[in-house]
Design a protein around this ligand. Structure first.
Ligand SMILES: NC(=O)c1ccc[n+]([C@@H]2O[C@H](COP(=O)([O-])OP(=O)(O)OC[C@H]3O[C@@H](n4cnc5c(N)ncnc54)[C@H](OP(=O)(O)O)[C@@H]3O)[C@@H](O)[C@H]2O)c1
Length: 247
């Protein structure tokens, strides 16, 4: 069995990635994390290979709860072959991307960091025992090109940009530490490409000038990147087409 954990399995991209892998092989099992498992569904033909666990990226003082929940469905000895962090926050709860300094709001900043960066770090700490096996494994954080410090020529979107930059730094740090304990491994950040989803929906007018992908296309693109990962990919920031992005 190939064991794949997807955090944010309720999202457009996370769900499409789960569906992609479930239909690609009968030997795939998905552990999906999301806030409301009851709201997530899969086709009858594959749902016996999906375990959904309740998880709130912003609500965890530590990862012990989710660690115990994962242990109930998968032993650390069975191990995880792929980890995909597809949870993310851009707008909601009265918060929206900032255009200028005056728009900065401490709640929005801390919520974006909680979902986009802290949730990933705490989850990685919780699942480390599942990464100790000898098979090759990949850890993929769905980041965003706007989190690239080098690429930032426009400014704005303070909370989202800076929380994704924080996520990128966490990926880079884990890519240094994890190979010492969990070899062979590739720990990377991936920009999924602009994709139709609740997260991108409020920006549909400006998206008209960009290439916008359907979630199923994005899932195929990301799976193409993930399936091509090797130990040499460790510590890179990759775009949906496999090209390397600057940190
Ligand atoms: N769509 C794009 O154009 C685009 C571009 C670049 C990067 N991305 C990145 O791609 C990833 C997936 O985004 P998407 O487009 O699929 O958006 P989406 O459909 O809105 O999905 C967002 C996901 O994040 C989860 N989430 C939000 N807050 C959470 C919390 N407190 N705890 C746990 N989960 C939480 C959502 O869960 P709930 O169902 O519980 O809300 C959902 O699963 C994000 O990291 C996003 O930044 C997207």
């Amino acid at each position: 069995m190939t064991n794949i954990l997807i955090a944010g399995v309720s999202g457009a991209i996370g769900h499409a990635i789960a569906e992609h892998y479930l239909s690609a092989s009968e030997e795939v099992r998905i552990i999906g994390l999301c806030r409301n498992p009851g709201a997530v569904s899969f086709d009858e033909s594959v749902k016996h290979r999906v375990q959904l666990l309740a998880w709130d990226a912003a609500g965890l003082p530590d990862g012990k709860g989710i660690q115990a929940d994962i242990e109930r469905v998968l032993t650390p000895e069975e191990g995880l072959d792929r980890v995909i962090y597809a949870a993310g926050f851009l707008h909601g709860q009265g918060m929206k991307p900032e255009k200028r300094l005056e728009d900065l709001n401490p709640q929005a900043l801390s919520h974006a960091y909680a979902v986009n960066a802290t949730g990933y770090a705490v989850l990685m700490q919780s699942i480390a025992p599942w990464l100790r096996h000898r098979r090759f494994k990949s850890v993929v954080a769905i980041s965003a090109k706007v989190g690239s410090i080098t690429d930032n020529g426009f400014g704005g979107w303070y909370a989202y940009r800076s929380s994704k930059a924080a996520l990128n730094m966490l990926v880079r740090n884990f890519s240094i530490e994890l190979p010492r304990k969990c070899k062979p491994i590739a720990c990377v950040a991936v920009h999924p490409g602009t994709t139709l989803s609740p997260l991108s929906e409020p920006f549909s007018r400006s998206l008209a000038q960009l290439t916008v992908h359907e979630p199923a296309d994005t899932a195929r693109n990301i799976a193409g990147v993930i399936d091509g990962l090797t130990e040499d990919s460790n510590g890179t920031f990759l775009s949906w087409d496999g090209s390397e992005l600057p940190w």
